[in-house]
Design a protein around this ligand. Sequence first.
Ligand code: CAA
Length: 389
Amino acid sequence: MTKVGIDQINFYTSNLDIDMVDLAHARNEDPNKYLIGIGQNKQAVIPNTQDAVTLAANAADPLIDDDNRKRIDMVIFGTESGIDNSKSAAMYLQHLLNLKPETRAFEIKQACYGATAGLKMACDYVTLHPSKRVLVIGSDIARYGLHTPGEVTQGGGAIAMVISSDPKVIAFDQNSAFYSKDIMDFWRPLYRSEALVDGHYSNDVYINFFKHTWHQYQKMTGLKINDFKAFTFHLPYTKMGLKGLRAILPKASSIKQQSLLNEFEASRKYNRYVGNLYTGSLYLSLLSLIDHADDLEANDRIGLFSYGSGAQGEFYSGILQPQFKNANRASKIQNNLKHRKQISISQYEKIFNSNQKIKAADIKLDSSDDNAKFILKGIHDQKRVYGTK
Ligand code: CAA
C-alpha cells in the first residue's frame, strides 16, 4: 500500500496582532476569561492588503521548489473567506505561485472543514497517482464583529501543505470516520462579511460530533486511546480542543491522561497567539504539536479531529515520519510571530472597519506597513489586483 500524507507544511499570518488583555479591558471583561476561559493570548489582525489569496500565497511560496513546481498538478483551496462567488481563489494562487498550467485548481467550501476535505481528496488522488503531488490550502480570516461574544475568537492566516507518496511529516491511514448533519450553529449569508453564530450551541455540536466520530473510528479500526501519542483538534479557540480532549480522557490511565494533556499544551501554542484560522486551525495545531512537543518520535500515532460548522466532523489519524521535525521552518514561524507589531484596540477597530472600503469598484490600497511578499494592491475595473513587494 502506498504511503501518503503531508510531505511539507507551512504557515503564514500577518505582521499585526492585538493582546487579549487589551481587548478584555476594552470590552469590560475579566482578562482571565479570555486567557483561561477561552484560552487565547493574542489575535492576528489581518490588514486589508491581505486576503485569503495572499495569505495562501505567502504560506505556500516557500514550499514551491523546482521539484514541486514539476510535480504539483492539483491545487485545492479550502476557504470560507472566498473573494469571489464564481472564480476560485485557487486560480489566483496558481498564477501568483507560477505553477504549471497543466493543473487542476479549485476551491472547496464547508466552513472550517474545507482544508480537510481537500487533504482527503488529495490523499486519494496521490494513492492512485504516486508520482504526483497536490498543494492543499486552508486560508481564512475569522470575523465575528466588534463587541460580539465571538470577537475574542477571531484571527486569520493560512496553512499550505504538499501531499505526496513519500511524506516527510505524517502518513495517514486510509480509515476515517465522518459525520454530517444540516444544522445552524455558525453561518455567513452572502451579503455579510461577518459570521453569525449560535455560540454555545456550536460548542455542544462540536463535542457531539467529536464523540460520535471518535467512537465510530474506534469501532472501525480497533484502536484505543492508548494507541495515540497525541490528539489534535480544530481550534476555533484553544479551550474548545481541551473540552474535546476532556470528553475522552476518562478512558485513559492517569499517567496517560497527563501525557495527553501535556501534548495538548504543545498543540495549542501557535493557536493561542494567532486565533482562529477556520480551515487552517487544525493543521496549525498539528504544526504547533510538532514544533513544541519534545517527546514525539517517528512512528507515534497522532489523532486529528476536523470540524466545520453547518456541520461536518471527521476523525482520522496518521503516523509521524522520521523527518517530521524541521527546525528551520519552526524558527522562521516563531520569529515571524515574535516580531509582529502589537497594535492598540482602536487601531484594530479602524482596520476591521476599513475592510468595507474594498467593496468599491476602484481603490488603491496603502501597503507601506505590510511586509508580506504577496499583497492585494487594490481593485481596478472590478478586478482584484495582486502583486509582490
Ligand atoms: N476566569 C476564567 N474563566 C472564565 C472567567 C474568568 N474570569 N470568566 C469566564 N470564564 C470561562 C467560562 O466559565 C467559560 O468556560 P467553559 O466554556 O469551560 O464553561 C468560558 O470562560 C467562556 O465563557 P462564556 O461561555 O460565558 O463566554 P461567552 O458566552 O462570551 O461565549 C463562546 C464563548 C460561545 C465560545 C463565544 O466566544 C463564541 O460564540 N465564539 C464563536 C463560536 C465558536 O468558536 N464556536 C466553537 C465551535 S464551532 C467551530 O468550531 C467552527 C468555527 O471555527 C467557528
